[in-house]
Design a protein around this ligand. Structure first.
Ligand code: OAD
Length: 231
C-alpha cells in the first residue's frame, strides 16, 4: 500500500509560474484593497470592480504554466497516495497532472449563483459580466471564498489531513484561517515538511517538523530525494 502524502499549498508554489502571491512585497494585496475585491461587502458595493479583478486573474491562467514544483507533486503520485489541499484558485496543480486536488478557497475557472447555498456552480473560462445569470435568474459571481465567508471544503480538508502519513506545507504565509489551522489536525508523530521561501512562524509546531527555506521548485527536489527513501 502506498503511503498517504497530503500536501497543503499556497500562493508561493505558483510564484515561479509568474502568478503574484498575496502578502509578499509586490503581492496582490499591495495593489488592491482586500475589502474591495475579496469580501461580500465589496461585491455588494461594486460588482464591476470585483468582476474585473477576477476576470484579470482568470485571463492570466491562459498565459502561465505549471513549474517544477507542481510537476514534482504530480510525479510523486507514482510512489505515494497524494492528496493536495490548495488555497490557490489557479489550475496549475491540475495542469501539471495532479489528480487529487481539493480547492479550499474556490477556483477561478468556476462561477456560482449569488445566493446561499448556490443553485449552480458552473465551469467558466471567459469573462464574467453583470447580467450573466444562473438558470433561475440570479447573478453569477466568482466561485471564490471571500474573507468572512464559510469554507465549504473545510471538513473534507480536515479529514484528509487527519489521514496523512506524511504532510507537506508549501508556499503559504499561514496567515489565513481556517486554512492555517489544518496542520493542527495531523497525527502527532508524522513527518511534516514546511517549505517556503520565507517560512512563517508555526504556531503549534508538530513534533517532526522540518522547515526548508527555499523556492518551491528547489526545496521540492530536496524533499523528493528524501521521500524516495521512505516509499
Ligand atoms: P501569501 O501571499 O500570504 O503567502 C505566500 C507565501 O509564499 C509566503 O510565505 C512567501 O514567503 C512564499 N513564497 C513566495 N515565493 C515563493 C517561492 N518561489 N517558493 C516558495 N515559497 C514562496 O499566500 P497564501 O498563504 O497562499 O485567499 O495566502 C492565503 C490566502 O490569502 C489565499 O488563498 C488568498 C489570500 O487572501 C483568497 O483569495 C480567498
Amino acid at each position: 500500500m502506498k503511503k498517504k502524502l497530503v500536501v497543503l499549498t499556497g500562493a508561493g508554489i505558483s510564484a515561479e509560474s509568474g502568478i503574484q502571491t498575496f502578502r509578499d512585497t509586490d503581492g496582490l494585496w499591495e495593489g488592491h484593497n482586500v475589502n474591495d475585491v475579496a469580501t461580500y461587502d465589496g461585491w455588494l458595493k461594486n460588482k464591476e470592480l470585483v468582476l474585473d479583478f477576477y476576470n484579470q486573474r482568470r485571463k492570466q491562467l491562459h498565459t502561465v504554466l505549471p513549474n517544477l514544483a507542481h510537476e514534482i507533486l504530480a510525479e510523486l503520485e507514482q510512489d505515494f497516495d497524494v492528496t493536495i489541499v490548495t488555497q490557490n484558485v489557479d489550475n496549475l496543480h491540475e495542469k501539471a497532472g495532479s489528480t487529487n486536488v481539493l480547492h479550499l478557497h474556490g477556483e477561478l475557472l468556476k462561477v456560482r449563483s449569488d445566493r446561499n447555498p448556490p443553485l449552480e456552480i458552473l465551469d467558466w473560462n471567459k469573462d464574467l459580466n453583470i447580467g450573466d445569470l444562473d438558470k433561475s435568474g440570479n447573478q453569477l459571481r466568482p466561485h471564490i471564498v471571500w474573507f468572512g465567508e464559510a469554507v465549504p471544503a473545510l471538513e473534507k480538508a480536515v479529514s484528509i489531513v487527519q489521514s496523512a502519513d506524511i504532510l507537506m506545507i508549501i508556499g503559504t504565509s499561514l496567515q489565513v484561517y481556517p486554512a492555517a489551522s489544518l496542520i493542527d489536525f495531523a497525527q502527532e508523530d508524522i513527518l511534516v515538511y514546511y517549505l517556503d521561501l520565507n517560512p512563517a512562524e508555526v504556531i503549534n509546531p508538530p513534533l517532526n517538523l522540518k522547515i526548508i527555506a527555499a523556492k518551491a521548485s528547489k526545496g521540492l527536489q530536496t524533499i523528493q530525494k528524501e521521500l524516495n527513501k521512505l516509499k
